[in-house]
Design a binder for this molecule. Structure first.
Ligand code: NAD
Length: 262
């Protein structure tokens, strides 16, 4: 085939579900070899099998907790051994974590969300950079959220929103730092997308006590009736991963049906 990603290799974290899975399938359909990093073996193995049936790019599932530096480093080295290098990094794994009023949030709960969403992103990017440098170019895409900028759509998500804002700042710093190596870094901010993210959410405490002085339906998107689809986000990821976006770096791109404008 003559897909956009023929001969390219992509690392995708959180590839067992939702946005990461959709991106893995699309990139592989267009020829990429994809390294699927996720916690959940069974789900990730299914994605691996699904992609390998396509007879396009090939997939390999890795059991990786992105908060574990040794595991991330090792899985990246294995990816390079298997596929010969790395061209694309989609740092996407994330959790909603505990939703609760701030004065009820335990430090461990706060730290857990920061660890997965921020440390996990940092470690994935950190250990991939030397391999992108060897290629003389590369594309890194980070999944933030509308919550990184526009915070009131989900009450009780102080830790989550903090991490999503942090990812935007990190992406911009990385874009500037890595431009000299022709490595681009962009950050995407989805609004509500129908995935399994709710499984990573724990609502606790009295969320009703958080009174916001505006009224609007939670998660509503003026452009559409319901949430977006993971496949729609995957199209954006593929664009940012491809040479079609070769002059775009440090960009923060909303994909939210105008949710962030409310
Ligand atoms: P999802 O739960 O369907 O998929 C996330 C995947 O990440 C899961 O397979 C999970 O096992 C994996 N994961 C979680 N912690 C991990 C860890 N420590 N190491 C490795 N893998 C880990 O959710 P999704 O909606 O596809 O989420 C992907 C990203 O999109 C997240 O960063 C999320 O914050 C972001 N996002 C989602 C939405 C939405 O509405 N779904 C909106 C904005 C942003």
């Amino acid at each position: 085939g003559f897909g956009r990603f023929q001969g390219k290799t992509a690392i995708i974290t959180g590839a067992g579900s939702g946005i990461g899975k959709a991106a893995a399938v699309l990139l592989a359909k267009e020829g990429a070899n994809v390294a699927l990093f996720d916690l959940l073996d069974d789900r990730t193995n299914k994605v691996e099998a699904e992609i390998n049936q396509l007879q396009a790019g090939s997939a390999r599932a890795f059991d990786v907790d992105t908060t574990d530096p040794d595991r991330v480093e090792k899985a990246i080295l294995e990816t390079v051994e298997i596929f010969g290098g790395i061209d694309i990094v989609f740092a996407n794994a994330g959790i909603n974590g505990v939703m609760t009023p701030i004065d009820d949030m335990k430090l461990e709960e706060w730290t857990k969300t920061l660890n997965v969403n921020l440390n996990g992103t940092f470690l994935t990017v950190k250990y991939a950079i030397p391999h992108l440098k060897k290629r003389g170019q590369g594309s890194i895409i980070i999944t933030s959220s509308v919550n990184g900028t526009r915070t009131f759509s989900n009450f009780g998500m102080s830790a989550y929103s903090t991490t999503k804002a942090g990812q935007v700042a990190f992406a911009k710093m990385a874009a500037l730092e890595l431009a000299q190596f022709k490595i681009r870094v962009n950050v995407i901010c989805p609004g509500a997308i129908s995935t399994n993210i709710d499984q990573s959410t724990k609502k606790q405490g009295d969320l009703e006590e958080i009174v916001i002085p505006v009224e609007y339906p939670e998660g509503s998107q003026p452009l559409s009736d319901g949430p977006g689809k993971p496949e729609e986000v995957a199209d954006l990821v593929a664009f940012l991963a491809s040479d079609q976006s070769k002059h775009i770096t440090g960009a923060q791109i909303f994909i939210d049906g105008a949710e962030s404008l409310l």
